[in-house]
Ligand binder design. Sequence first.
Ligand code: S3P
Length: 169
Amino acid sequence: MEGKANIILCGFMATGKSSVGKRLAELAHFEFIDMDAAIEEEEGVGIPQIFAERGEAAFRELESRMVERLMGRSGLVISTGGGTVVSPRNLANLKKCGVVIALTADVQTILRRTAGDTGRPLLQTEDREEKIRALLEKRMAAYNQADVVLDTSSSSVEEVAQALLRALQ
Ligand code: S3P
């Protein structure tokens, strides 16, 4: 893999960042880092508990600190959390250390993929569809600043990973 030092996947919840990231890392012979999982491991608690006990702002600080630490590394495929690049500073930092790819999906696909999900605090609301719609609208401008934007609504993990590999080579 030539070019930039890391491959960074951003985008809304349930667009495939973690599953595609893992597969892309295998294909590219890069190390895979899932930021959410790394934060949970470091803190020793799950994200729902961090949100519930310390609040969203505290989680965002942990996220930004993780981005800053990852900046010093190379050869990584990094799956960010759905809100990571909403922070312009995080986005700028990530762009400095790699090629940033935004995965997208339509509202109905996100709704279907998150049915029954209890691990995403922001989606634990009565009207999940409306929440997804509102958050997506707020965040699309940030996701659109990625170097590559790819809709995953009707593609498998393998198809997306292979397409990205081709695009990056
Ligand atoms: C969030 C998305 C989650 C996780 C946290 C907040 C968001 O990651 O970081 O629940 O703000 O969209 P995934 O996109 O991997 O679900």
